[in-house]
Design a protein around this ligand. Sequence first.
Ligand code: LRH
Ligand code: MN
Length: 388
Amino acid sequence: MRDLSAAKAALTRQQIELPSWAFGNSGTRFKVFGQPGIPRTPQEKAEDAAQVHRYTGVAPRMAVHIPWDKVEDYAALAAHADGLGIEIGTVNANVFQDDDYRLGSVCNPDPRVRKKAVAHLLECVDVMDATGSRDLKLWFADGTNYPGQDDIRDRQDRLAEALAQVYARLGPDQRMLLEYKLFEPSFYTTDVPDWGTSLLHCQALGPKAEVVVDTGHHAPGTNIEFIVAMLLRAGRLGGFDFNSRFYADDDLMVGAADPFQLFRIMHEVIRADALKPEAGIAFMLDQCHNIEPKIPAQIRSVMNVQEATAKALLIDAEALAAAQQAGDVLGANAVLMDAYNTDVRPLLAEVRDQAGLDPDPVAAYARSGYGDKIVAGRVGGTPASWGS
Ligand code: LRH
Ligand code: MN
């Protein structure tokens, strides 16, 4: 039996974390397009993120990226966010935009460079202490471009040594989330290329180290929900970087390219009873709105996650288990497809209405005039950007 009230309760408690960098200008190696009304400061990024929470009700945290969101007083930034009704979430380190990191950061053959990289990672834990953030997210661009360029095992030893230094610095309630990526910017080896490599390092470090699954970081055709099921089974799924792609790490709106995959991923999360906030999974967006307006795109992305989640919550688990046990291949598949083919927009409109929100967040934001206000008000200064 599909339990609608349980589904509504779970949807009401859902939490999705927004990336500060999604509100800044972004692009590709060909062009970073400027848009009007772009925030110039982390404070203004938080103001934009707060708009997404205001209209969706399920986006109470904004992840920051250091140094893109560097400020003098991180506690003050956290207080500013608090005043807007949101929190500063995951702290993302950045050891991929400095000339010293040409041959890698923590995996670099040069101990001076490795020391510099570890110092930045430790600085990010200081930021977490100031903002009250639980998670340090680590993604390394480290890798090689040509066979023989460096020793694969030596680089893993260097990585393990650096991670252990940072792990030792974590507070009791803090976590390290290690993100993997198949390739780019490295094109022969990437030092953390897949879930297995990340998991091995996390297991070697200890219980406060978990794996992040960025949905754009796999080879085409990878069954990501299988990886999710395995990491949940191992108790090492720390979070997601949600986005979607047609080809590589396109960082498009989650659910835009493959909503059925997102549904299958959320099915594995719900099957493991890991949707609830206390399960500790960080459901983060990691996207770049290169050509589309940023805030409406973030609102749409949050709604895409809600819709995939709602469909997965409507899977008749009993009927599915019975069909699976009976070896009823088509019957089992039909149970899942019934849920996927359910139009959950009325259900979500009801959930929003019961939460005192407008049933249509995109329309409500458009009516608010906030978009015009920031275009008129944010004149001068330097619009935020990836700035490589
Ligand atoms: C790397 C990545 C990582 C972030 C960056 C913004 O591709 O997914 O999560 O640091 O994007
Ligand atoms: Mn990511």
